[in-house]
Design a protein around this ligand. Structure first.
Ligand code: PLP
Length: 366
């Protein structure tokens, strides 16, 4: 008899066995400043109105396969011109996976490539790996700008099928130069995905690239604006691309509860954007407070701050992270990951009182 370990080894691809599942720590009872969620609650009235909508959910029926009302709500809330098509995913993570599947060749001799600047969003590499694509991460400069010679060299030599440009980038929170983005898009024969997960906190969007370039798609999500629990991502662009993606999308990937909730939330999108304004105000306060405590804080266009523990507490990022946990505050420790993130911590912006608790804990620790 073959042991189960042996069977797993025989059947599961080695690159998948070598992966670790996306790490999500237990945060129960903690001040949760690790995952770029919107910390604000809905009012009792809003929750009540939402619950009434949910009562009419036909939970016994399959959801609408195209979720047209959700798409209409998104277009309106985000001012997306009619000429661009929209496709929905179970989070933008699912859309990244669909894109990878779209270009992955079945012939293992001829791999396809995903390229992104590094450090970047970890799912690009993870999805590339399990969908059988090569991943090339081109290091950013030490100030987290695009290394243009390296990016252009990689594009012209490899012509990656997919290039992901997160703007603002996670975990560095910055925007790259717009003219440099254009240069990369022009050099690319592959699809360039502008990942705008942090759009509500950013001073710039890239929807206009859709009018300028046929090889660009713009991907967004409701996760960071305040609906992480819904799992709804979206991608906008030319129907020539989205029609192909739609063929490999699971027909009912957006469930009934998500559709009703998203329709409702999009009717009240101004409330969510109002909450994002509060987060942006807190971002300024936290930037100053963390700098005062002795961190090197990078400019943020997102709902988190990347901070380096160099100067006063060189090499103590991991220790600060652990001690914060003891104080019931959960942030993200980036030290030990990408070399450019040496001594780095990532603080998601919480409510005023949560941020206050973080600062109190830091004062206690440092
Ligand atoms: C959080 C994040 C996403 C994933 O969003 P979901 O819609 O929740 O899957 C995509 N891209 C970047 C850069 C992110 O930080």
């Amino acid at each position: 008899m073959t042991s189960i370990t042996q069977m797993v080894e025989n059947l599961v691809r080695p690159e998948i066995r070598a992966l670790s599942a996306y790490p999500v720590g237990d945060a129960s009872g903690m001040v949760k400043l690790d995952a770029m969620e919107n910390p604000h609650q809905w009012s009792a009235e809003l929750k009540q109105a939402w619950a009434e909508k949910l009562q009419h959910a036909n939970i016994n029926r399959y959801p609408h396969p195209q979720a047209p009302k959700v798409k209409e709500g998104l277009r309106k809330a985000m001012n997306v011109p009619e000429q661009f098509d929209c496709l929905l995913g179970n989070g933008s993570d699912e859309i990244i996976q669909l894109l990878a599947m779209l270009v992955a060749p079945l012939n293992p001799e001829k791999k396809a490539t995903i390229m992104a600047p590094d450090p970047g969003f970890v799912m690009y590499k993870m999805i590339a790996t399990f969908c059988g694509l090569d991943y090339i991460g081109v290091p950013l400069t030490s100030e987290f700008e695009l290394d243009m010679p390296a990016m252009l060299k990689c594009i012209t030599e490899q012509q990656p099928e997919l290039i992901f440009l997160a703007q603002p980038n996670n975990p560095t929170a910055n925007l790259y130069s717009e003219s440099q983005l254009r240069e990369l898009i022009q050099a690319s024969e592959g699809l360039v995905i502008m990942d705008e997960a942090y759009l509500p906190f950013s001073s710039r969007n890239h929807l206009h690239f859709l009018e300028e370039f046929d090889n660009v798609l713009v991907m967004r999500t409701l996760s960071k604006v305040g609906l992480a629990g819904l799992r709804l991502g979206m991608i906008f662009g030319r129907s020539e691309w989205l029609n192909e993606l739609d063929k490999i999308r699971m027909p009912y990937n957006i469930n009934v509860l998500t559709q009703i909730s998203a329709e409702f939330a999009l009717e009240h999108y101004d409330i969510l954007l109002g909450q994002c304004e509060l987060i942006k105000q807190e971002r300024t306060r936290m930037h100053n407070a963390l700098t005062e405590l002795g961190f090197k804080c990078y400019q943020s266009e997102a709902n988190f701050i990347l901070a380096r523990a160099d100067m006063d507490f060189e090499g103590q990022a991991k220790e600060i992270f652990e001690q914060l946990k003891q104080h019931n505050v959960l942030i993200k420790c980036l030290a030990g990951g990408h070399p450019l993130l040496e001594n780095c911590l990532r603080f998601t912006i919480g409510t005023e009182s949560e941020n206050g608790l973080l600062l109190e804990a830091l004062k206690d620790i440092l």
